[in-house]
Ligand binder design. Structure first.
Ligand code: B12
Length: 286
């Protein structure tokens, strides 16, 4: 059976977290400083993300107030467990607050994505495959994550173009784009301007886009679904030729991207980790 988090915290829980009396919490709530809802019996209930936002505004260090298992110093294992539950519950606010708190606490974006988000997605995919999670639960989880990643981007990165333009796309039949969104965030955080074409981009459109933006320095493709070899060659050969004509490098990533594509001269590099991607972006004069 799946364990679910209660969406609300009680007055007592909030008081314990913030180290104040229940009377103080009630006073804040009644003065509308701290948002709450009332149960039919009149009890005040608090949404965790609203408590965290209030606490941050009051100058509390989240490290000091969060339950130890979700504080920024907790283990990756704990993070994954909480993220999994919030995603299945569709609690985008809590996922967003927590990711933001981890970033504020100094965790590297690429590490968070590799160590927390990707393993949780793998778990969700495997539980869906084995019938533990329904299609609906998998959809709620992936849509919740997509929403949070989009808002995190607006909250975290200022657009810059120090390193030049990078195009991010998934081709034709590929509907998965969470890995691509995360790769785009790493690019933006390293100073690239990202043109995000998203999932199911037709080959011809990608080629036209590249032609219109000959200043592009990187072309990044994501593959979650295996592509038959002849189809893959028909897709990647013209993209590689066009990219190289404009002096752009062609990178591929995602669980279905095969390192042998480099030997087969289909792409310049294949990545299965965003930390590795970042290391290359930082080190290479791409
Ligand atoms: C969410 C999800 C969906 C969502 C996608 C929502 C969205 N907008 O993205 C929806 C519901 C649409 C979906 C649909 C389907 N899905 Co799905 N899905 C997933 C799930 C759970 C997560 C996908 C994901 O984002 N993975 C995580 C990414 C972030 O990890 P990654 O690919 O390893 O990438 C890492 C790095 O390589 C890097 N990276 C990724 N891309 C790039 C690119 C560059 C340039 C760089 C540098 C780095 C990089 O980032 C990651 C960081 O660590 C996976 C499970 C899984 N294990 O991945 C199944 C999974 C991929 N899906 C699967 C299937 C079967 C399907 C469907 C066919 C189901 C169906 N019957 O309809 C469809 C069709 C999809 C299609 N034609 O494309 C299977 C694929 C099996 C296979 N044959 O390989 C999986 C593995 C589930 C499973 N265990 O069976 N899916």
């Amino acid at each position: 059976m799946q364990i679910r988090t209660s969406p609300y915290w009680s007055t007592r829980q909030v008081a314990e977290l913030l180290g104040v009396t229940e009377t103080t919490v009630k006073r804040w709530a009644d003065a509308q400083k701290l948002p709450c809802v009332r149960t039919p019996g009149g009890h005040r209930k608090f949404l965790p993300h609203e408590v965290l936002a209030f606490a941050r505004a009051q100058g509390y260090r989240l490290e000091a107030i969060l339950p130890s298992e979700i504080a920024p110093s907790a283990s990756w294992e704990r993070y994954r467990e909480w993220l999994y539950r919030w995603l299945i519950d569709g609690d985008s606010r809590m996922v967003g607050e927590q990711l933001y708190a981890w970033i504020q606490a100094g965790h590297e974006l690429a590490t968070l994505y590799d160590e927390v988000i990707t393993p949780v997605l793998e778990r969700i995919g495997s539980e869906w495959e084995h019938g533990v999670l329904s299609v609906a639960e998998e959809h709620v989880a992936s849509n919740t994550l997509l929403e949070v990643l989009h808002s995190l981007r607006q909250r975290t990165f200022a657009p810059r173009m120090e390193r030049g333009r990078a195009i991010c796309a998934a081709l034709e039949e590929e509907q998965h784009m969470l890995g691509l969104v995360m790769a785009a965030h790493v690019l933006e955080s390293e100073g690239f301007l990202v043109d995000f074409l998203g999932a199911r981009t037709p080959l011809s459109d990608l080629l036209v886009w590249l032609q219109r933006h000959p200043d592009s320095r990187l072309l990044c493709l994501s593959f979650s679904m295996p592509v038959p070899e002849d189809r893959l060659r028909a897709l990647l050969s013209p993209i590689r030729d066009a990219a190289h004509r404009y002096g752009a490098r062609l990178y591929a990533g995602g669980r279905a991207a095969d390192p042998r594509w480099v030997e087969q001269d289909l792409v310049d590099r294949v990545f299965h980790s965003l930390r590795e991607f970042r290391r290359i972006l930082v080190g290479e004069a791409v």
